[in-house]
Design a protein around this ligand. Sequence first.
Ligand code: PAF
Length: 286
Amino acid sequence: MKIVKTIAELREVLDAEIRKGKQIGFVPTMGALHTGHLTLVKQAVSECDFVLASVFVNPNQFNNAKDLERYPRDLDKDAQLLESVNCELLFAPSVKEVYPEEDKRRFDFGDLETVMEGKYRQGHFNGVAQVVSRLFEMVTPNKAYFGLKDFQQLAIIKNMVKQLQLDVEIVPCQIVREENGLAMSSRNTLLNKEQRKNASVIARTLFDSCNFVPETTIEEIKLKVFKRINQVEGLEVEYFEIVDGNSLQTIDNWNESAYIVGCIAVFAGEIRLIDNVTYKNTDHEY
Ligand code: PAF
């Protein structure tokens, strides 16, 4: 696998592949790769002719300096992992390469960005849209792969692609979980043994809550989820919302939407974890 750090080197490789008529599959990441990322790459490899991944810890999407500083980084290990799943190119640009000057663009995602992650992480999605649009501009992929764990991010990216009229297919990929159910995340490496064990209650609670649908009201399910997770040592729910999976707006009853998803953010000590569960999906592709 080739590793490139500049746009010029990147384009040299990609242009040669595109001239051969290859379909380009792209997996953007912030590194600290885990099986979840590798599953995205494997899916891309199975669907595209040439697959590349990027590793770039995007400063513009962190609203907390400490979170950015402690974000795990290990490019050598990432490169080895990518190679093991037949990724053909790794793009690992510097901050200067991605943002030669300050990115002052302000995206408007309407109600999609005022809820959940958008509400608690001000400016986060603007930073995600900045970097993903920059990367798409540099890479010009035919397909780009994103995990459904970051459910709201996926909705934002789809909306951005529509707004900017980009010619790229966004491919959502299922959440990959650790053995105990915990959704895979680069942040999991920051959890100590106890926190990692305790955090498994998040997924368990979400899955169990599905058994109460539709007999139990949305309000009651929300209370149950908050209560069960908060009673575990060291865990604190930041939000748990039951939303329409397309608009991301909260709903009041199970008949209000054909696509219903429960989205949660939980602090395990200082580490913030997110996850989600689909309660109902009768009219949607994922
Ligand atoms: O999901 C992530 O890892 C990041 O938000 C992304 C999409 C790579 C943009 O930095």
